[in-house]
Write a protein that binds this ligand. Sequence first.
Ligand code: AMP
Ligand code: ZN
Length: 112
Amino acid sequence: MIEDHAMSKDCIFCKISSGQMNTEFVYEDDQCVVFNDIHPKAKTHLLIVAKRHLPSLADAQDSDAELLSHMLLVAKNVAADKKLKGYKVQIHTGREGGQEVFHIHYHLMSPF
Ligand code: AMP
Ligand code: ZN
């Protein structure tokens, strides 16, 4: 069965990315939003969150290539806008990979 990944009722990142939580977005477009991590692990710690409920990188299909590369370029553009001299982009994947929120997101972290 093909799951409908458009929205998951109890998913915090579905609620945030659809604007239900009044979260302040650093950036937003039709595919993703960017906001501050609630428990920052670096001076700059942003999350790039898809608007579509894809649970994990491990669930990605070939048809998700455009979304995944788009989110990577959004991370780069936000980092450039913030004039970050250097940064890391991380994707925690699976419970054993440290993933806590099962809705695809990239961490953008920088000491600057
Ligand atoms: P992970 O699934 O391991 O990539 O971690 C999820 C990240 O989301 C953690 O760094 C949390 O601090 C962050 N997080 C969870 N809930 C919220 C929230 N409501 N607003 C902002 N960040 C959150
Ligand atoms: Zn979701």
